[in-house]
Design a protein around this ligand. Structure first.
Ligand code: SF4
Length: 220
């Protein structure tokens, strides 16, 4: 269990899954560059969080809910949590009956090949389980809503996704404790990275290698 002062941003899991160096640049070195992709993503999130809490039939929709999980050491915010009326579930303040939480995360663009969005959604569900005292695994699914094309994709929060999410959270805490930014290594995905101009992956690693070589050479 982590204390509240040790919690790291849940959103960092998607950065870590995308690239360890990107996570370190954002979360250790506090560097942030906005490109078209991140700007569009931010606008989509702003629209979601600007909206009011509402009820639609058997569903209560809560936006911008603060999340935390002491077991994984994470803190963050949910875009949307739908509470669906059910025979069993959690009780909510000010309303009768039982409700089953269903997290929904909004993303720009289309579904991704890697699991970075699914991991973030899974971490949100694990936060909700701890906060609402739901047994681990009690939230079976959530959804990702993509902006282009506008499409909602159901995500099953199975054991393998949960294990991956836990492992990433642990690694994030280890990297945070170590406090060191991994070296740049050019990969195909660097082209869509918001930190490309800061990272300079095609040259930064080389520069460091040359600097290391010179330092060694000067020892003799
Ligand atoms: S440019 Fe590439 S190496 Fe650098 S942070 Fe982005 S993905 Fe990682």
């Amino acid at each position: 269990m982590y204390s509240e002062t040790q919690l790291l941003l849940l959103s960092g899991l998607q950065h870590l899954q995308f690239c360890r160096r990107q996570w370190a640049l954002i979360h250790l070195e506090q560097v942030w560059s906005e490109n078209q992709f991140t700007a569009e993503g931010r606008n989509l999130h702003d629209k979601v969080h600007d909206s009011e809490i509402e009820s639609r039939g058997d569903v209560r929709i809560v936006r911008g809910l603060r999340l935390q999980c002491l077991r994984l050491g994470l803190v963050g915010q949910a875009d949307v949590v739908e509470f669906i009326s059910a025979d069993t579930g959690v009780e909510l303040d000010g309303v009768t009956g039982f409700w089953r939480p269903f997290p929904v995360e909004y993303k720009r663009g289309k579904t991704k090949i890697d699991d970075c969005d699914r991991v973030q959604l899974c971490a949100q569900a694990m936060c909700l389980e701890e906060m609402l005292k739901i047994p681990c695994g009690g939230i079976a699914a959530g959804a990702l809503f993509y902006g282009r094309p506008r499409r909602r994709e159901q995500v099953v929060l199975d054991t393998s996704l949960r294990d991956k999410t836990e492992a990433l959270a642990q690694e994030m805490h280890q990297l945070h404790a170590a406090g060191q930014t991994p070296k740049a290594k050019y990969q195909k995905k660097c082209g869509s990275c918001s930190l490309y101009e800061t990272c300079l992956p095609k040259t930064t690693g080389i520069k460091k290698d040359v600097a290391g070589y010179l330092a060694k050479a000067l020892e003799f």
